[in-house]
Design a protein. Structure first.
Length: 150
């Protein structure tokens, strides 16, 4: 990957809807050269997908919670069962298996505290492998980026 590829990836991360013509002007390449570079980056798996980022507040999902989860047991069955169940919860946008006092950190988006309470009571606490949870609520968003420096 050369400097042109890195610049191309930066532009695409900022706005994946930029046309190959717009990119070609920024990179001082032909439209065909830009197209071929994008296809190569896709084939190599460097670009894995294109997404649309929604304004969470405008879709009533502006209340963000980081929920730490501790499992009762740490055997293969408990871990795999929990992971299969948690990926089915639509409120959980991200789940990380972590080290430390807790086993997982869940990033959850809901409308408000009441919706989070309902989520906890009707969904999360019904998962059989959970021993305990600890919730941390977002007060304000300081930085939220999806752009990697390449």
């Amino acid at each position: 990957m050369d400097l042109i590829d890195k610049n191309l990836l930066t532009y695409l991360q900022q706005n994946s809807k930029m046309t190959t013509k717009e990119l070609s002007l920024k990179l001082h390449l032909s439209v065909t050269a830009v197209y071929e570079r994008i296809k190569k980056l896709e084939r190599e798996g460097i670009i894995s997908k294109y997404i649309t980022i929604l304004d969470k507040n405008k879709i009533n999902k502006g209340f963000m919670v980081l929920c730490n989860v501790k499992l009762i047991q740490h055997n293969v069955e408990s871990v795999t069962t929990f992971e299969k169940e948690v990926v089915q919860l639509e409120e959980v946008l991200e789940c990380f298996h972590v080290s430390g006092d807790y086993d997982y950190v869940l990033k959850i988006y809901v409308k408000d505290m009441e919706e989070y309470r309902q989520f906890m009571l009707t969904k999360l606490t019904t998962l059989q492998r959970i021993g305990s949870t600890q919730s941390v609520f977002m007060i304000g968003e300081i930085k939220n980026s999806s752009i990697f420096r390449v």
